[in-house]
Design a protein around this ligand. Structure first.
Ligand SMILES: [Zn+2]
Length: 203
């Protein structure tokens, strides 16, 4: 392979994506180059648009257009329809739960777990969760963090942060396989974990 610096840079960037090593990255780059008009052109455009227009809400963590507040999607609704918040680690967990249609309520996406490498406590949206719970008359907080040590440590920390709030806190049922990450669960497992969730505080 000739050393073309742009190609090398692209391969390096793509290998940073989840599940991709340098071999898959090379195959992807070749596919892109062979489909300039069908892939590279629209992809360049949409990536630039996403970079410019989409971000995570600083309060609830969902993805939203930069230009609008969270009014119509999650945390700043004028018309509160639900009284439950489901707390997850990442946006992919939110997507899994939404796809399975087992939960009707609002989401709160922490943006990681407490013990993840390089994760600072301040970067997780925990303070804003406490504020939401107190401000929005939330009756139940469902902790849907993974059944990993990090996920459970985070759940415990959140439970502690909410101890002054008058809210019921529940945790997904034990049906979760140990080490199970929410996004990798099938709908059936997720459904029974939600349905059989248990209360973990005394409110
Ligand atoms: Zn929001």
């Amino acid at each position: 392979m000739q050393n073309i610096s742009e190609i090398e840079t692209l391969i390096k960037l793509i290998s940073k994506l989840p599940g991709l090593g340098s071999k898959s990255a090379k195959r992807i780059v070749l596919k892109l180059i062979n489909n300039r008009d069908e892939l590279i052109k629209p992809m360049t455009k949409v990536l630039a648009e996403i970079y410019k227009n989409i971000s995570r809400c600083k309060i609830c963590g969902v993805l939203k257009p930069i230009s609008i507040e969270c009014n119509f999607s999650n945390c700043k609704l004028i018309d509160k329809k639900h009284n439950k918040i489901c707390v997850v680690e990442n946006i992919s967990d939110q997507w899994s739960i939404e796809n399975s249609s087992i939960f009707k309520g609002y989401f709160h996406i922490l943006g990681g777990t407490l013990s993840s490498v390089g994760q600072r406590k301040e970067d997780l949206l925990i303070n804003s969760l406490v504020e939401r719970v107190n401000k929005d008359n939330i009756e139940e907080v469902i902790l849907a963090t993974s059944a990993t040590v990090e996920g459970q440590t985070t759940a415990y920390y959140i439970q502690d942060s909410l101890k002054k709030s008058k809210v019921k806190i529940t945790k997904l049922a034990q049906g979760l396989p140990v080490g199970g990450e929410i996004e990798s669960l099938d709908d059936g497992t997720l459904f029974s974990a939600f349905k059989n969730r248990s209360k973990i505080n005394s409110e």
